[in-house]
Design a protein around this ligand. Sequence first.
Ligand code: PEP
Length: 261
Amino acid sequence: MRTPLVVANWKMNGTLAEARALTAGVRDGLKRPRGVDVVLCPPFTALGVVAELLAGSPMALGAQNCHWETAGAFTGEISPAMLVELGCTYVIVGHSERRRDLGETDEQINRKVRAVLALGMTPVLCVGETAEERRQGLTFTTVEGQLRAGLAGLDHRAIGSGVLAYEPVWAIGTGVNATPAQAAEVHGYLRGLLTELATKEVAQRVRILYGGSVKPDNAGALTAEPDIDGALVGGASLSAQGFVAIVKKVTHKGVTVLKGE
Ligand code: PEP
């Protein structure tokens, strides 16, 4: 059975003082998370302080992006090796805000996925359609193209080491989440593609998160769907109380996974 995973994407938010307060709030609210993996992805500038506060906690540290090279003349970029040094074990790759606002291409995203895996970290590869693509009936075509390109050239073992996030662009930061049925349909499709790209066993192992306006009041219903293995949470992860509530709502196959709180 896949262990549910909840990833907080703080985006470009948080002074060091705010990062400390938010991390402490989440840590104190989730003293004994069981049966669920939790990852905090602060901005690069706060990785150090968040790492210090997470020391000894079962929660993991992640980054929101990285370059694909280890070092070199790439002004303003951060390498996967630098992230490892700071204690990161996860990296979000291919977020739609980067695809849309910074022109990140599928080819670059594929290079990042490979670089993250090469250093033993887990990429969280994001795919998702825009509102227009959904209107035109292109949802499956879009996510399939992004998935195939993002995982191009990876062997079965590498595919099985990653995490996917289905994040419909129209649901990100809008307050309008995909319904559990809409999300489940795409998650099922993605898992089918993983079977084709690797094996059924690998596809059953990969966690596929849903992201897009996840809140405490919809997290339970979304993650109760058998193919939805957790959440990638943006806005709601900026409140310790809200994020803790989401983690506590995450369920898998109808079983509440956080016990003893
Ligand atoms: C995200 O940025 O990955 C995200 C899902 O944002 P939000 O939860 O704010 O929709």
